[in-house]
Write a protein that binds this ligand. Sequence first.
Ligand SMILES: C[S@@+](CC[C@H](N)C(=O)[O-])C[C@H]1O[C@@H](n2cnc3c(N)ncnc32)[C@H](O)[C@@H]1O
Length: 462
Amino acid sequence: MLNLCARIRRPLLASSHCSFRISCNLNTSSHPPQVPQPVDNECNDFLPWLRHKYGAEFTSHLSIGKSGYGRSLFACKPIQAGDCMLKVPDCLELTQDNLPPKVSSLLGKDVGNKAKLALVILLHQKLGQASEWAPYISCLPPVEEMHNTIFWSDEELEMIKPSSYLYNETLKHKDQVEKKFSSIQHVLDNFPEYFEHVTLHKFKHAHALVESRAWVGRRSATLVPFVEFFNHDAFSKTEILYDDSAQILQYIASKNYAPGDEVLIKYGKIPNAELLLHFGFTIPFNRYNMVQVEINLPQHDQLREMKLDLLNKHTTLPLKDANKLHSRGIRYMVKEVKSSSGKGRGIPQELRTFARVVCCTSPKELQDLALEATQNDGRLTRIPLKNRARELEAHQFLNLKFNNMIENCNAALESLTRHSSLLLSGNNTRRMHLARDLLGGELHILISASAWLKNYCETLKD
Ligand SMILES: C[S@@+](CC[C@H](N)C(=O)[O-])C[C@H]1O[C@@H](n2cnc3c(N)ncnc32)[C@H](O)[C@@H]1O
């Protein structure tokens, strides 16, 4: 997996799950909502079920309604900053432990938490009204309402091709889910009473439900009815704390809410590519966006081996496996560069190092770089190349790369605009907007990086 994924490895909703004691002023008396909530008739059975199962106080501060993001949680009475809006005991979780032991025992060690939780969903779907979780299971969105890129057709995926990270991750993800399905096939066959008619398509749906709704529990992935109706706001400061001794998750308001206000939480610092992959949505002007830049050492470069060797010895890049570089190039994640004349934060130092090495034309230059690295902290080209012409060339090389990406992105966005009138189905239109949001965000980053590089090159010409 790329760094991007590793860093925010919580496609399951990020829970703080920290050991923390806090005194809460959760009022345990049951109040009916003081203001009408946006109506959600499909949840008619769910709230009474929830209150019956977990007590009326569970929903004393928040209630379910409809928002522009699907179902959402709304304040049903005034909430002050610092109030505990919701207390969730461990017992409210649906986990892999809900699989019958005879099913679990047949699952191989290679079957992960998410696949197991997907099986839990499938099992309860099959049980229908006989399942004690039926009111909750029936509230889960159907596949037609999900836009995670794993569900996009080849044609739809073409729209996001210039976003090489998302495009490649989607293909990888599809492949992984298919492999997971193969690894549980024998279990599905063995227990038709639970899993009859479970197809790859149904498994993908259940798996995507887990990815977009489950929390990383202390032991495994967990689904938490009601809690999963929190939608994402990158600016939300709602605190999520875990009281170890009481084994209760607590949601602490960071601001005041009036009855009827939508209450959102922050899933994490998630760029649009990840939001689209795991949750099926994007946010405009997402400040966590990143673009993947993929570059390679030209095959015809006579100094290629020497350059590879140098990069392997003196960088902390994903260069450990030089074969990877041979075949696929190196991938860097680039963020927005805030100021075209500032320090260039956002263009990774390693990317500039790579460009400086690529542009060397003699063994002597490479040896000098190696010497400089050993004389300093062991890392390559921490300072600009002494040879200004070469420094200029390296950054022009990079800028060329960025400009090509800008062109591709622009062309894709133009094509989306041109074809928008031809797209008739609802999903297509929605996905086209998502693709536009994604590419628009990436274009913004590429332009900012290119502006910085252009400016830097100008300073070298002075
Ligand atoms: C954990 S669920 C939240 C409840 C969900 N809205 C529902 O109707 O069940 C996550 C899903 O909600 C939607 N969602 C959450 N935050 C969103 C946002 N800021 N913009 C658009 N969709 C959002 C996405 O479909 C996402 O996969």
